[in-house]
Design a protein around this ligand. Sequence first.
Ligand SMILES: Cc1ncc(COP(=O)(O)O)c(C=O)c1O
Length: 431
Amino acid sequence: MTTTRREVLGALAFPALGPLARLDARRGLSLLDEFEAPSGSPQQVARDEDFWNAIATAFAIDRSRINFNNGGCSPSPAFVLDAQRRHLEEANHAPAYVMWRRQQKRKEAVRQALARVAGCDAEELAFVRNASEGLQTCQFGIDLEPGDEVLSTDQDYPRMRNTFAQRVAREGIVYRQFKIPVPCDDPQQIVRAYEANLSERTRLILVSHVINLTGAILPVRNIVALGRARGIPVIVDGAHSFANVDFTLRDLDCDYFATSLHKWLFAPIGTGMLHVRKDKIGDLWPLMAGNPGQEHDIRKFEEIGTHPIAQMLAVGEALAFHERLGGSRKFARLVRLRDLWIDRLGAHDRVHVHTSTVPGQACGIATVSIDGVETGALAAHLERAHQILVTTIKHEDFEGIRVSPSVYTTLGELDRFCEAMEAVVRDGLPS
Ligand SMILES: Cc1ncc(COP(=O)(O)O)c(C=O)c1O
C-alpha cells in the first residue's frame, strides 16, 4: 500500500511536537521521497504549504520557541544529526585507524558532492570549520607590505574586519572601510561605491555576498571583475549566501570564497568550506603549515591537527537534503516568508524595514525597527514574552531586529511574530 502525501502529513500531525518524535531520523530523505515531487516554478512551489510542512518535519526542533535566528546557526535535519552521530561512534571504536584510514577517504566523496553543488572543481575546495576560518585563511594568507591598503565596507562581518585590524596593528597595512546605502535597490550604486574607494595602494578587497546586518545581496560578480581588471584579489564572504541565494561559484567567477555550512546548508555545527581557484592555491599561505609537497594542493588548508571528521561526512546528508529541496525553491520560499511578514508589518507607519524587497537585492533575512522602540529592549521583549528569538542589529547608520526564519518555519509562527510586533506598535513595550 502506498502512503499518500496527505496520509503522511496527517500521521505526523504537523506541527504538534509528539508525533515529530515518531519521525525516524534515518528515514528523513526517504520520507520526502514519498511525496509527489512539487511541480511549477520556484515561486509556485514557495506557496505549496503541504510541501513545506513536510519539509519541516525533517527537523526535530523545539516548537515551544520560535527561532528566527537561523542566520546565526541553523539546526540540522534529524537525519543529518543522526549521520554525524553514527560517524562519530564509528570513529570512537579505533579513532586513529577509523578517522585517518577510512573516514579520511570517504571525505573525498563528500568533497566531490559539495563541489558539484557549489559549482567548482573538487580540487579547489577545502573543508574548514566555519566561514571565519576560511576567510581568515585568505585574509592572513595573502602577503601585504606596510602601507598596502585593504578595502571593505563598514557592514562586513565584525570578525573579518577585526582580522584586517590585526594586520594593521601587526604589519602596518592600511584598512579603508566605506559606507553603502541601506536599504539598497540598485546594485550599480554598490559597484560605484567600491570603485570610488579604490586607490593606487589598494591590494586586497573583501566583499560580503550577503550582508549579515540586513540580508542585502551585493553584486559580487561585478566587484570581482572590478578587482581583477586592476590585479586586486577579491575575497568573497559567502557565510550567508551559500545554499541560501541560488547561485554557483561559476556565476561569481571568484578566486577566493568561504562559507559556513552550518547556516543555510543545514550541515552539522562546525562545518565550512573554502574555495580557492586552482592557480591561486600555491600563493595562498595556510593558517597552519601544510606538509612538504602540498603547496599546490587544496588539502594544505585542512592540516589543522586532530579533529573529528564525522561532521564533514554528514555534510553529505545535508547536501542530499538541499538538492531534494532545490536551491531555487528554497530561496523562493525564504523570500516568500520574508515578504509575508514585511507586507504585514510594513503597512504600519512607525515600522521601518532596512532591507530591500526589490527582487534579487536581498535574501530571506531582513531587519526591521519600530520608531521610538529601543532595539535591544524589543528583542528582549520578544524573547521574554513570546519566546521568539531574533538578532539585535546595531550599526552606526541604522538598527533593528534581524529576522531570519527558515524552511521549517510555519505560517502560524510568522503570524505570532507579526501579532507580537503589532502589539508593540500599538501599546509600546510593557514597563
Ligand atoms: C557575513 C558573515 N561572515 C562571516 C561570519 C562568520 O561565520 P562563522 O561564525 O560561522 O565562522 C558570519 C557569521 O554570522 C557572517 O554573518
